[in-house]
Design a binder for this molecule. Structure first.
Ligand code: HEM
Length: 271
């Protein structure tokens, strides 16, 4: 598919789409699912093969039907309302713009958005997104694997290999893993979508550092902690970032904005 020409007209459409997304997301209180859509389109990226990534492919039935994407059809359809008003904009740009706007309208940091992503119809194979049930217990496997194979990241010797397998494949780091997990400050899990249930924080429509504050408190009645969330506290290389973000919201916002920008630009070289 063609690379969009990012000229003055395209930039104007991006501005208008940004305004439309702002009002749609505020009116329908759908920031969490829009952010999840942006993440699931981008999070399939494989740096080695330069496949997957923020390329709009999640709109295709085949990919949208992957188990990890349960519930996201609704967000795809809402974005379609904006796309029909601004057909020039690629789906790839639109979904990433929706993610950026979702963070902003809920009080999170401003995230630099650079347009020009190309759409793709090629769907990655199922299984590239993280599995929430895989926590720190995977450590034993990690150590065995590390003894057999050479690893180029020493921190992989300790801690959950699953999160690292997934995020290192995208070319992201331990700091990105922790900062981006802070997106769970928004929204909730739904038993009919993922099998998990409940919000991570008391105010799931407010983007702040409370996800980390709650993580450090341990389990609380009515709040959720996935095995992959708990792994951030238990893993010695992740833990310092959790401690920092829980006590310093500015540090979290700064690192989140940088990691989110990286996620939204995986495999994309702005023209
Ligand atoms: C929701 C897993 C990382 C943003 C969820 C849900 C699960 C999950 C199981 C519940 C889905 C449902 O039942 O509706 C994971 C795992 C991750 C991860 C295992 C690995 C670190 C991320 C990242 C972001 C993100 C990197 C964004 C940057 C969200 C949001 C929701 C969510 C906003 C709430 C959706 C809603 O309320 O509808 N995640 N996630 N997650 N995730 Fe993640």
């Amino acid at each position: 598919m063609a690379i969009p020409v990012v000229d003055t007209d395209y930039l104007k459409e991006i501005d208008k789409a940004r305004r439309d997304l702002r009002s749609l997301i505020s009116n329908r209180n759908c920031a969490p699912i829009m952010l999840r859509l942006a993440w699931h389109d981008a999070g399939t990226y494989c740096a080695k093969t330069n496949t997957g990534g923020p390329n709009g492919s999640i709109r295709n039935e085949e990919e949208c039907a992957h188990g990890a994407n349960n519930g996201l059809k609704k967000a795809v359809d809402w974005c379609e309302e904006v796309k029909s008003k601004h057909p020039k904009i690629t789906y790839a740009d639109l979904y990433q713009l929706a993610g950026v706007v979702a963070v902003e309208v809920t009080g999170g940091p401003n995230i630099d958005f650079v347009p020009g992503r190309k759409d793709s119809n090629v769907c990655p194979k199922e299984g590239r997104l993280p599995d929430a049930s895989k926590g720190i217990e995977e450590v034993a496997v990690s150590i065995i694997v590390c003894c057999v194979f050479t690893v180029d990241n020493v921190s992989a010797l300790s801690g959950p290999p699953h999160l690292r397998d997934i995020f290192y494949r995208m070319g992201l780091t331990d700091k990105d893993i922790v900062a981006l997990s802070g997106a769970h400050t928004l929204g909730r899990a739904h038993s009919d979508r993922s099998g998990f249930d409940g919000p991570w924080t008391q105010e799931p429509l407010k983007f702040d550092n409370s996800y980390f504050v709650e993580l450090l408190k341990g389990e609380s009645e009515g709040l959720l902690q996935l095995p992959t969330d708990k792994a951030l506290v238990e893993d010695p290389a992740f833990r310092p970032f959790v401690d920092l973000y829980a006590k310093d919201e500015d540090a979290f916002f700064r690192d989140y904005a940088a990691s989110h920008k990286k996620l939204s630009e995986l495999g994309f070289t702005p023209g």
